[in-house]
Design a protein around this ligand. Structure first.
Ligand SMILES: *[C@@H]1O[C@H](CO)[C@@H](O)[C@H](O)[C@H]1NC(C)=O
Ligand SMILES: *[C@@H]1O[C@H](CO)[C@@H](O)[C@H](O)[C@H]1NC(C)=O
Ligand SMILES: *[C@@H]1O[C@H](CO)[C@@H](O)[C@H](O)[C@H]1NC(C)=O
Ligand SMILES: *[C@@H]1O[C@H](CO)[C@@H](O)[C@H](O)[C@H]1NC(C)=O
Ligand SMILES: *[C@@H]1O[C@H](CO)[C@@H](O)[C@H](O)[C@H]1NC(C)=O
Ligand SMILES: *[C@@H]1O[C@H](CO)[C@@H](O)[C@H](O)[C@H]1NC(C)=O
Ligand SMILES: *[C@@H]1O[C@H](CO)[C@@H](O)[C@H](O)[C@H]1NC(C)=O
Ligand SMILES: *[C@@H]1O[C@H](CO)[C@@H](O)[C@H](O)[C@H]1NC(C)=O
Ligand SMILES: *[C@@H]1O[C@H](CO)[C@@H](O)[C@H](O)[C@H]1NC(C)=O
Length: 324
């Protein structure tokens, strides 16, 4: 869906373990650093890049609406009446982004794209074949976190932990503020993985998409359809910025309902991305909402009543074992 890659992707990891060449030399006592806003970008020679996001300052909290997981037999089910967590992404302030920024922390069993730039000349991203990233939480005793993730951070056509590894290695390694040096000389292996998962969840909890839509009577239905504006407006009102609203399924003008239309947007609601700038570390949740790009804020059809918000498949859903 997103296809803009920045040249910075080739900077990947260096021998020093630094995320990118101009990581700041400061000692990461964030109480001593003004919690500056992440966009427009701050200069990492002048601020502590562990305490202010200086690399991926446009933070996206992303969620899915899907109707099945493909892992139902193994008990991988969707949480009733709740969108699922997709990730927390650090875009550049320009809206471009890069991925797989530190191949020493590559825990994604199915890298996508399979090179750091998404192009044949990029650095290959090797498939990870070690213990899944969920096991990294065990030495920290974070079984509650694991349980939460197995309720709300749900993969499709892949096991949940493989998907968490994908989100971490593709995206989290591109934040300046989750970089290993930020944790100081007493760093415990995978500490930043725990920190990232907890942070992604904090953002997710802040944006209860299902409830926001339900409050205006937009609920999953295999009988009714909805208009783009009707879905957009409550989300803008609650969040404060225009989110990206993503759809899949057939294009409207290939469907019976849209036969003579020139609207070729997609018709099945599937994703929402909320955009934020962040003061200080993203972990502190001190954010301001921003609008999605004026040139890419939806791929859904805009014709009246063009969008399906499908009910989930019977047998793909469970009542969560712990609260949202
Ligand atoms: C960071 O700590 C090192 C010692 O580990 C010290 O030499 C350096 O001056 C410190 N940097 C700053 C900006 O205080
Ligand atoms: C960042 O600050 C350094 C030191 O003042 C300066 O040399 C450099 O040009 C600045 N970089 C940018 C992108 O402004
Ligand atoms: C990446 O995937 C493409 C398309 O499947 C394939 O042709 C290419 O060889 C792969 N590259 C690497 C480095 O695995
Ligand atoms: C597992 O991945 C490592 C690192 O990419 C590679 O060296 C090794 O050959 C892989 N092992 C198997 C069994 O695929
Ligand atoms: C499409 O156009 C045809 C011919 O003008 C018309 O008969 C048909 O009712 C139209 N269909 C829709 C869905 O508007
Ligand atoms: C759908 O709309 C697009 C853009 O308006 C147009 O190029 C395409 O030919 C249309 N397809 C059909 C099947 O009507
Ligand atoms: C988003 O765009 C709308 C319409 O252009 C504008 O009124 C609003 O101030 C923008 N919101 C933010 C948070 O930038
Ligand atoms: C609703 O429709 C979707 C998409 O066609 C389907 O996958 C799902 O099983 C349906 N849900 C129910 C409860 O019938
Ligand atoms: C799903 O379950 C509901 C309620 O039990 C039932 O009405 C509906 O027909 C089922 N849908 C499918 C596709 O099996």
């Amino acid at each position: 869906m997103r296809s803009t890659f920045a040249a910075a992707a080739v900077l990947a990891s260096t021998a020093s373990g630094q995320l990118y060449p101009d990581q700041s030399p400061y000692n990461h006592t964030c109480e001593l650093q003004n919690p500056l806003l992440s966009c427009p970008p701050q200069n990492s020679s002048l601020v502590d890049s562990c305490c202010v996001e200086t690399f991926g300052g446009l933070v996206l909290s992303t969620q899915f609406w899907s109707t099945y997981t493909g892992g139902e037999q193994a008990g991988q089910l969707l949480p009733q009446d709740t969108w699922t967590l997709h990730g927390l992404w650090p875009d550049f302030c320009s809206g471009l982004y890069t991925s797989y920024c530190d191949l020493t922390r590559q825990y994604d069993p199915i890298p996508s794209p399979n090179t750091t730039t998404g192009k044949p000349d990029g650095v290959p991203v090797p498939a990870y074949n070690g213990s899944n990233i969920g096991t990294f939480l065990e030495p920290f005793g974070k079984y509650d976190l694991l349980e939460y993730m197995n309720n709300y951070w749900i993969a499709q056509n892949q096991d949940n932990a493989g998907f968490w590894g994908h989100e971490f290695s593709k995206h989290a390694t591109c934040f300046s503020t989750f970089n290993v040096p930020c944790y100081g000389p007493q760093y415990r292996k995978h500490e930043e993985v725990v920190d990232f998962f907890e942070t992604a969840i904090q953002y997710y909890k802040r944006f209860p998409t299902f409830d926001w839509l339900e409050e205006v009577d937009i609920t999953p239905s295999n009988c009714t359809t909805y208009s783009y504006e009707a879905i957009r407006d409550p989300l803008v009102e609650q969040h404060g910025g225009l989110p990206f609203i993503g759809c899949t399924g057939p294009r409207y003008n290939t469907t019976e309902a849209g036969k003579n239309s020139t609207d070729n947007g997609y018709t099945v609601l599937s994703e929402v991305w909320y955009y934020e700038y962040v003061y200080g570390r993203p972990q502190e949740m001190n954010t301001i909402p921003v609008n999605a790009s004026a040139t890419y804020y939806t791929n859904c059809a805009k014709a009246e009543g063009a969008i399906h918000y499908p009910e989930r498949t019977n047998g793909s859903v469970r009542v969560p074992t712990l609260p949202y």
